[in-house]
Design a binder for this molecule. Structure first.
Ligand code: CTP
Ligand code: CA
Length: 218
């Protein structure tokens, strides 16, 4: 299960959800467990890569030999990821919040009217920014969480964000996806695609690294 070597390569991996604070006691989050990204970081380190793992709030142990940077919000994740460049590859496995509260209330918001409207603003798109960065890694890999028209949306993200590979979660496959130990992915690149799994995320991580290595320019 060890696969081809990544000795001498530097990888930056993002994993987990981001939490966007509303006030000191509340936040907007999502169900990402971080398991896929942590499995990729662990598998890459086992193959000899130097790995920086930028982790959102998750309950997972740091894989052996991995340098971990803990963050909370999308904005913090962006700072940590961009700060970790240059790298040979970026793998964006995090479920980054698309919107965050326009401002964080300094005190706990008190219950008042029947309705409460929160103003949300777009977060930075970390994956697109890494792909457009002057220190762009040789390979930029994204994930795509889709519930329908998986190939259409995944290929759209591949083009729009100018990334090299997109791993789309095949949601709807029994027992796979967020919060699960198993997953099923379809990986798309400009002129190809490959279905991986359903399989444990640890096994998928190795298969994904093999695909990444196969696409590495000589
Ligand atoms: N991503 C990111 N920064 C964001 C949003 C997403 O880096 N602010 C990355 C994710 O880590 C993932 C990829 O972009 O690798 C695709 O995320 P996804 O949520 O599927 O796509 P979005 O572009 O956010 O579009 P939508 O949620 O509307 O499908
Ligand atoms: Ca999104």
């Amino acid at each position: 299960m060890s696969g081809a070597s990544l000795a001498g390569r530097r990888l930056v991996v993002s994993a987990g959800p981001t939490f966007e604070d509303i006030d000191p006691v509340r936040f907007i989050g999502n169900r990402s467990s971080g398991k896929m990204g942590f499995a990729i970081a662990e598998a890459a380190a086992r193959r000899g890569a130097r790995v920086v793992l930028v982790a959102g709030p998750v309950a997972l142990a740091t894989p052996a030999g991995v340098e971990r940077i803990d963050v909370r919000s999308a904005r913090q994740m962006r700072e940590a990821v961009i700060g970790a460049l240059p790298a040979d590859a970026y793998i964006g496995a995090a479920a980054v919040a698309d919107y965050a509260p326009a401002q964080v209330a300094p005190g706990k918001i008190k219950k008042k009217d029947e309705q409460l409207t929160l103003e949300l603003v777009r977060t930075p798109d970390i994956l697109a920014e890494v792909a457009a960065h002057p220190q762009r890694p040789t390979l930029v890999v994204g994930f795509a969480a889709e519930t329908h028209d998986v190939e259409f949306y995944a290929r759209g993200k591949l083009e729009k964000k100018r990334v090299d590979l997109i791993a789309a979660n095949r949601v709807g496959v029994a027992g796979s996806g967020f919060e699960s130990d198993d997953n099923a992915l379809t990986v798309y690149w400009r002129d190809g695609a490959r279905a991986l799994g359903p399989a444990p995320k640890t096994q998928l991580a190795d298969e994904l690294l093999d695909l990444i290595l196969a696409r590495w320019p000589a």
